[in-house]
Design a protein around this ligand. Structure first.
Ligand SMILES: [Zn+2]
Length: 569
């Protein structure tokens, strides 16, 4: 017997069996019951979340001869049987990724006018954003005047790339990543039905691997079943996360080297590590990302405390960017290695007194200091563009990197220390905002923040009002990096405050006071709270890309909470 993947074997056959997409399923089922199904739907969402399965069920329900009262196909009439056998004439599926030219679409639209055995004929165009411009326009013509019995279901992982004119002709429904609790239940249920021996650790593993995609989750389950257990490199993500938490470059690179040597895709490692660091960050703020179990939370929170918020944020930013860069990189592992080098190059030297005493460019004792070590590796990797330099230093037996060219080392080592400036606005006080700080803070939370655009709201979420006096509101931001970002959109905040309080308000932004760094402190305590890379800011200023954008890009399924245009799409 040919082995059939669990995903195919347990593909949902009714609306009820589609998991995690309740809003979509309810809308379609009602439309079927009330016979007001639209002529065109656009289903968008991450891969493996049920777009094509749902489209097939819709087609089946619309042609079922014995439809149940709640809109579910009966599963036993001739039409349903044909659908389940995959040979119904009422469903035409086209993978637009491989049939993307205008001739493919013309063929479909020409046939669409012809009758078919069932009541309705459904065209399912998968990955519709891959159509060429000419093909999109040919499709648009048909969507403008669809034959009565025809329904188009367009599926895409990237709705932004679908022609706006096509989007506007369709009912657009977004599918979301499936919550881990639902996936856990789903896996348990399938394991039971398929009589698979699988313990709870393996279930956690496949759910984590699936990252919200039903298909990926069941593929991981297939692999675990085939391999007879969780693959041995399972611990690799934890090893890398622990090394990052401990801010140990050598251990980090060793973890990467060992994991890649075990056959793990560096992109997969980077992705899972980023997710874990995200969980750590949220646990540090007392929030469960929804992917951690209750038992894991204390450990994650402890990690958050150990690495500190600044390093955690910086690690997320750099890994998020690495995930984006890795897509096009010929050597994705090098991108990951360099991201970690940059992460540790950004941390301050734990022995500042010794550093200032030694001549720049001297590297004998660099193996003791992750920051100097990382800077040296970064400098030589950047100057030569040679991946071998990095690969060599990931071998724990040769910890000290080759001495970098003196000019590079000087440039990197002598970077001026970052000082947190306090913005002082030298204008006349207006004295018209005569409210208490309590009152202003309250209305800021309840009225001003919700009125801001998504980006401004995200940046100012962490702002605390510290003083209100003489028409000025002073906000404190967690660190200088954050303050600079907020500074860019300060005028938006002033406008919003003016609109709410109906007086002119001046906004001042300060970064939280930094603690004095003790020269005798443990290396971890000496980490700078703000890590500012001027080059990165210049690059960002050009594109307007924020770290939030980059993380969103790296997690295609993620939806920024409160993102304004998501509701109107
Ligand atoms: Zn039926």
């Amino acid at each position: 017997m040919v082995y059939q993947s669990l995903y195919r074997r347990f593909r949902p056959q009714t609306f009820r069996e589609v998991i995690g997409q309740d809003h979509l399923v309810a809308a379609l089922r009602n439309a079927v019951v009330e016979e007001r199904v639209g002529h065109a739907y656009l289903l968008s969402g991450p891969r493996g979340t049920g777009k094509t399965s749902t489209a097939r069920i819709l087609a089946k329900a619309l042609n079922c001869i014995d439809l149940s009262g709640d809109g579910e196909p009966c599963g036993s009439c001739d039409s349903c049987a044909n659908f389940e056998a995959g040979n119904s004439m009422d469903l035409v599926e086209l993978d637009a990724a491989s049939n993307n030219n205008v001739a493919n679409i013309r063929e479909i639209t020409a046939n669409a006018a012809l009758g078919s055995p069932g009541k309705r004929k459904i065209y399912l165009l998968d990955e519709v954003h891959m159509l060429t411009a000419a093909a999109s326009n040919a499709l648009l013509k048909t969507l403008e005047e669809p034959p009565d019995h025809v329904i188009f279901v367009l599926a895409t992982t990237d709705p932004q790339k679908v022609l706006p004119t096509i989007r506007s002709r369709t009912q657009h429904v977004e599918l979301t990543l499936v919550a881990p609790e639902l996936l856990r239940l789903h896996v348990e249920q399938i394991a039971k039905q398929a009589e698979l021996e699988i313990d709870s650790a393996a279930i956690e593993y496949v759910v984590e691997q699936g990252s919200g995609s039903v298909r990926d989750t069941l593929s991981a389950l297939d692999q675990v079943v085939t391999a007879g257990g969780i693959p041995e490199h399972r611990g690799s993500v934890d090893a890398l996360v622990n090394a990052i938490v401990a801010q140990d470059l050598t251990d980090s690179m060793t973890a990467i080297a060992e994991t890649v040597a075990a056959g793990v895709d560096p992109k997969d490692l980077a992705y899972r590590t980023t997710r874990k660091l995200r969980d750590v960050f949220l646990a540090g703020a007392g929030v469960n990302s929804g992917e951690a179990t209750l038992e894991e939370l204390p450990e994650l929170a402890e990690k958050a405390g150990e690495m500190g918020r600044a390093v955690n944020v910086r690690a997320l930013e750099l890994l998020g960017q690495a995930l984006v860069d890795m897509r096009q990189a010929p050597d994705p592992r090098l991108v990951l290695d360099l991201a970690l080098v940059r992460l540790f190059a950004g941390t301050s030297d734990p022995h500042p007194v010794q550093r200032s005493a030694r001549p720049s460019g001297q590297t004998q004792s660099s193996s003791e200091r992750p920051a100097a070590q990382a800077r040296a590796v970064l400098a030589s990797a950047q100057s030569t563009g040679d991946g071998e330099v990095v690969a060599a230093s990931s071998d724990s037996s040769s910890v000290a990197p080759p001495p970098p060219p003196p000019t590079q080392a000087t440039e990197v080592d002598d970077r001026p220390d970052q000082v947190a400036p306090v913005t002082q606005t030298q204008t006349q006080a207006k004295g018209s905002l005569e409210l208490s700080i309590t009152e202003v803070s309250k209305r800021w939370e309840q009225e001003v923040l919700p009125s801001l655009a998504a980006r401004a709201r995200a940046r100012f979420q962490a702002a605390t009002i510290v003083t209100v006096a003489e028409g000025r509101v002073r906000f404190e931001l967690p660190n200088e990096t954050h303050r600079e970002r907020c500074e860019q959109i300060k005028s938006d905040i002033e406008t919003a405050l003016r609109d709410i309080f109906e007086v002119e308000v001046e906004v001042e932004l300060t970064a939280a006071q930094e603690e004095k760094v003790q020269t005798t402190a443990e290396p971890k305590a000496a980490v700078e709270e703000e890590v500012v890379d001027p080059a990165e800011f210049e690059a960002n200023a050009g594109t307007g890309t924020t770290s939030v954008d980059r993380v969103l890009e790296a997690f295609p399924g993620a939806i920024a909470s409160g993102e304004e245009d998501s509701a109107s799409r």
